[in-house]
Unconditional design. Sequence first.
Length: 112
Amino acid sequence: MKEAKSNRKELAAQYKEREVIGGVCAVKNTGNGKILLEASTDLQGSKNRFDFAVKTGSCVHTKLQRDWDGGAAFSFEILEELKKSEAQTDAEFKADLNALKEMWTEKFDNLY
């Protein structure tokens, strides 16, 4: 039992020490060209959710629901990555990501 707790603590410590990569990603409707921008604190997690949604036919976001139809007409793209610094709090990191998303929002006129 002590070994399991020790292993759990080690895994938790490794998780906390991992490199956190966030950024801005886009889910693009290849049929009509519309784009959903998302600021994510975990880009790989966002990509995994998108892939899972396409495989299962479930929609990744309510804004896309009307056009989703299984997700075959959608693609996922990472537009910009941002590494969380050790000194940043989660709130500061999210604020930086939201600012980055706002900069990307200004570049598109075909957003959901």
